[in-house]
Design a protein around this ligand. Structure first.
Ligand code: CP
Length: 335
């Protein structure tokens, strides 16, 4: 495996093999599998889980890792192309990325969406320009539209919970958040649930529709896998018989890059906070998923997050296991 960028680039067999490997590495640790291997980790955007779980994954497999982020005492990083560097930044990303990559056997990169121009972000313009600077294997640790490590971990969580792939109902729900957040998690989570063959409903208020291309990609994946994709702003309709609610806030695509109008729209939607009342007509054991970090009392109530429905800690631990499988396959042969 040379890159891990998007579940859409993997066959069903490759996804199944990664999930099996993640399970195996949990039950039968291989503390020397990646002995002598080094993973470079470049965080141009913040993290807790991705940062910690990649380092833990490498250590558990016998390899090592190092982290570079703008918060560290590195030279100021310039990311704009064609700029005269007569300001604060003393190092351009065009040198920094290949240098960092050259110290490792593979590199993970996180760079969130700029959120100024939807077309630009949908095309992964910034992320592609970063990966074009690398000739080692690389891992997408969250780009403008993708979060494949989260997606693989979430797929494993659904399998662990015995949520039916065909016939299972997955609700991806927008939730209130004071800030406009990126589309990477909702877009790639929608694809993942559809690709798994589930009946997926996107529950979102007016103005927060996901881009047409994102919906279409999911519909195509669902059709091939025997699932379906619906969209509604009706909570009771969406939650009817749901096995999973996956909450996430995202920016208004109607006002993409326009903070003032996005804010105006979301200010009216503070009641989009998942609480027990949402589960009235869902399956009795309907579970709550979220990629974390999550704002308590804003996105979800304490009662749901601390109660038996919540699987967010299991989900977060699966990040480490899923990434161990990816690293094993990428750097150790992974059989
Ligand atoms: N879910 C996730 O990617 O968490 P972090 O942003 O903390 O890495």
């Amino acid at each position: 495996m040379k890159t891990f960028n998007d579940l859409a680039e993997l066959s069903n067999e490759e996804i199944s093999a990664l999930l099996e490997l993640a399970d195996r590495l949990d039950k039968q640790p291989e503390p020397q599998a990646l002995q002598g291997k080094v993973l470079s980790l470049l965080f141009l955007s913040p993290s807790l889980r991705t940062l910690a779980s990649f380092q833990a994954a490498m250590t558990r497999l016998g390899g090592g890792s190092f982290v570079i982020s703008p918060d560290m005492s590195i030279h100021g990083l310039e990311t704009r192309p064609g700029i005269v560097m007569d300001g604060e930044a003393a190092e351009h990303i065009n040198e920094a990325v290949p240098v960092i990559a050259s110290y490792g056997d593979a590199i993970g990169i996180r760079a969130f969406a700029e959120r100024k121009n939807l077309e630009h972000d949908m095309a992964e313009t910034e992320f592609n320009s970063l990966t074009s600077l690398i000739d080692t294997p690389w891992i997408n640790m969250e780009s403008a539209m993708n979060h494949p490590c989260q997606n693989l971990a979430d797929w494993k969580t659904l399998d662990d919970l015995d949520v039916p792939a065909n016939g299972g109902k997955f609700v991806l729900s927008w939730a209130f958040h004071p800030k406009a957040l990126p589309l990477a998690v909702p877009a790639s989570t929608l694809y993942t649930a559809a690709r798994r063959g589930m009946d997926v409903t996107v529950l979102r208020p007016e103005g927060f529709e996901l881009p047409d291309a994102v919906m279409q990609r999911a519909r195509t994946a669902a059709e091939s896998a025997g699932g379906s994709v619906q969209e509604t702003d009706d909570r009771a309709d969406a939650m009817q018989d749901a096995h999973i609610i996956y909450a996430k806030s995202w920016t208004s695509t109607r006002h993409y890059g326009d903070r003032m109008n996005d804010q105006k729209l979301r200010n009216e939607l503070v009641d989009w906070c998942v609480d027990e009342a949402w589960f009235g007509n869902a399956q009795d054991d309907c579970r709550f998923m979220h990629c974390l970090p999550v704002r308590r009392g804003v996105v979800v109530s304490d009662a749901v997050l601390d109660g038996p429905r919540s699987v967010v800690i299991h989900e977060a631990r699966n990040r480490m296991l899923a990434q161990m499988a990816v690293l094993h396959r990428m750097l150790g042969g992974g059989q």
